[in-house]
Ligand binder design. Structure first.
Ligand SMILES: Cc1cc2nc3c(=O)[nH]c(=O)nc-3n(C[C@H](O)[C@H](O)[C@H](O)COP(=O)(O)OP(=O)(O)OC[C@H]3O[C@@H](n4cnc5c(N)ncnc54)[C@H](O)[C@@H]3O)c2cc1C
Ligand code: SF4
Length: 538
């Protein structure tokens, strides 16, 4: 602590977001960035150094938060970067994407606003990159052991970086045409610009990690052969088998899974298409599902100039404060307004006005180019105005979310395209539709964002490696990440179920430690989580 009373004298001040109309006009990140370092340092100075830092327990990586807060508060960004990288391979990802369970567990949060831990983290990480403090760290000597990592999401990347740096020869196999998993083709550009991912991949290549894209292990490459040719295999294939909505009309044209839609928008930003094959432009859109994937669809729909949008959530609207059964330090279910919700509210699109041309003031095509230098977090600075400064007054415009909404069926037109969605109010508890509450909303594009069941089951990988599914529908593994087949390990969402980037990185690190021990008989690599660990709960 540079100032022991900082938490008393300095109010919490999150990184500002760019004005809504500016940010929906491009695909860059919603926050402003590096020019606010002094503000971030002051925010870091709010850390009380409380003695028993529960934030450590909130973070699956065990990030040394009070230590880098103190270094950042003193302006020693280089040392802060070293402490941060001691526990997190990719803090520029988590600093942008993590929902920050650490902040829910911050001791200051018991009776005041918690420290803006995630903002400090991203500032420290960006500063380390900008200052050239993150050169490639190739191993001093090679072990002569080879490891195949299947899947290049954050779990596979973290495992690969740890194992490469430990001296093993690592090849990452990825079925997609580019590396990154959901970081590349799920998470939209406006949450994390892909140049951050590309920079890490470059660093990993320089360290010696090899990447083979366009290879679906189990189909294009026999997994049993791969195991025979490798000393160990890490299966980090994610959990992207989507939940379905088995209601009449599901097969109509215009009804898509979120993950059939989001990757196409990301591909526009990668330069693969000028216009995505599925677009919201000029359409009335309904997003079914109230979670984070739904919010990502919402932000994308807005940037594609939809005529209108509604998001349906089958759950009742959460309260504004922690419920009694979710006390500090657990991550509570409360009513949250994501940047995408803030945008939708500000743009206030009346539902049922499409199909039509784009409205005035809407987004142009994907910017694609990187407009900023190192550390830039998305477009022009907003001048430091508080989040939502360009919003209409509270209550002037409603939320695009409809809570307690149960989808009954889709109605099609004469050529088999969806034209209406019928919904009813969901009974609390049973979620059954309440009789007499049915209504229809016009729609030309439906996006299903209902979560994921587990790893995809087709493709041969599971059979060829002798993997098993557990009762939760994820790949079974023992307490040491072992899959039950000699030399095969499971990491990330594939074993945990759809989770968070921070958990995937923590799993990748822990699985790497298990592999290193298997290959060499011992390990110095850290193992922040065990397979059975779960987020803080009561
Ligand atoms: C739309 C969306 C938005 C999200 N936003 C956030 C967020 O903001 N913050 C957050 O913390 N979390 C977010 N998540 C969750 C987070 O992205 C995941 O928890 C995380 O990516 C899991 O990492 P992983 O490495 O286990 O798997 P994934 O990222 O799913 O990567 C698995 C990789 O394996 C590849 N693969 C699969 N099978 C094979 C095969 N047979 N051969 C070769 N390759 C194969 C896949 O193509 C994929 O690239 C989001 C998830 C989604 C769907
Ligand atoms: S990774 Fe997430 S939980 Fe961990 S310190 Fe960063 S924001 Fe907090």
């Amino acid at each position: 602590m540079a100032d022991p009373k900082g938490f008393l004298s300095i109010p919490r001040r999150p990184l500002p977001r760019r004005p809504v109309r500016e940010r929906v006009a491009d695909w860059n990140e919603v926050h402003t960035g590096q020019e606010l370092l002094p503000v971030v340092a002051a925010q870091a100075d709010r850390c009380m150094d409380c003695g028993i830092p529960f934030c450590h327990s909130g973070c699956p990586l065990g990030n040394l938060i009070p230590e880098w807060n103190e270094l950042a508060a003193r302006g020693d960004w280089r040392a802060a970067g070293e402490r941060l990288h001691a526990t997190d391979n990719f803090p520029e990802f988590t600093g942008r994407l993590c929902p920050a369970p650490c902040e829910s567990a911050c001791v200051l949060g018991i009776n005041a606003d918690p420290v803006t831990i995630r903002d400090v983290e991203v500032a420290v990480a960006d500063h380390a990159w900008a200052g050239g403090a993150l050169p490639a760290r190739p191993p001093e000597r090679l072990s002569g052991r080879t490891v195949a990592v299947v899947g290049s999401g954050p779990a596979g990347l973290a495992a690969a970086q740890q194992l490469t740096r430990a001296g093993h020869t690592v090849t990452v196999y990825e079925r997609a045409d580019r590396v990154g998993g959901l970081l590349r083709y799920g998470i939209p550009e406006f949450k994390m610009e892909k140049r951050h991912l590309d920079r890490r991949i470059r660093q990993m290549r320089e360290e010696g990690t090899r990447f083979r894209t366009g290879v679906r292990v189990g189909a294009d490459l026999d997994a049993a052969d791969l195991l025979r040719r490798s000393d160990a295999v890490v299966v980090a294939v994610g959990a992207t088998d989507p939940r379905e909505l088995p209601v009449p009309g599901r097969g109509l044209a215009g009804v898509h899974q979120a993950m059939e839609y989001l990757p196409l928008a990301n591909r526009v930003c990668e330069g693969d298409f000028a216009v995505p094959p599925v677009t919201a432009e000029g359409r009335d859109v309904v997003i079914v599902g109230g979670g984070d994937t739904g919010a990502d669809c919402l932000g994308t729909v807005l940037r594609q100039r939809a005529a209108s949008v509604v998001q349906l959530d089958i759950n009742p609207r959460p309260g504004g404060d922690r419920a009694e059964d979710e006390p500090w330090p657990v991550y509570p279910r409360v009513y949250r307004v994501s940047p995408a919700h803030e945008e939708a509210r500000a743009l206030a699109l009346p539902h049922g006005t499409g199909p039509q041309g784009p409205g005035p003031g809407w987004a142009g095509p994907c910017g694609g180019a990187d407009p900023g230098g190192p550390g830039h977090r998305g477009g022009a600075a907003s001048g430091g105005e508080p989040s939502g400064a360009d919003l209409p007054p509270p209550g002037a415009v409603g939320d695009v979310r409809v809570f307690s909404a149960s989808t009954l069926r889709f109605e099609g037109d004469a050529v088999g395209r969806v034209r209406a969605l019928h919904l009813a109010e969901a009974e609390p508890g049973s979620r059954r539709p309440r009789p007499g509450t049915e209504r229809a909303v016009p729609v030309q594009l439906v996006l299903l964002a209902l979560g994921f069941r587990g790893p995809e089951r087709d493709g041969g990988l599971v059979e060829q490696l002798g993997l098993r599914f557990d009762a939760r529908g994820t790949l079974a593994r023992d307490a040491g990440f072992g899959a039950g087949t000699e030399g095969v390990f499971v990491a990330g969402d594939a074993g945990r179920g759809q989770s968070l980037v921070v958990w995937a990185i923590a799993e990748g690190r822990s699985a790497a430690a298990a592999v290193d021990r298997y290959l060499t008989g011992g390990t110095d690599l850290p193992a922040p989580v065990r397979p059975a660990d779960r987020p803080l709960a009561v």
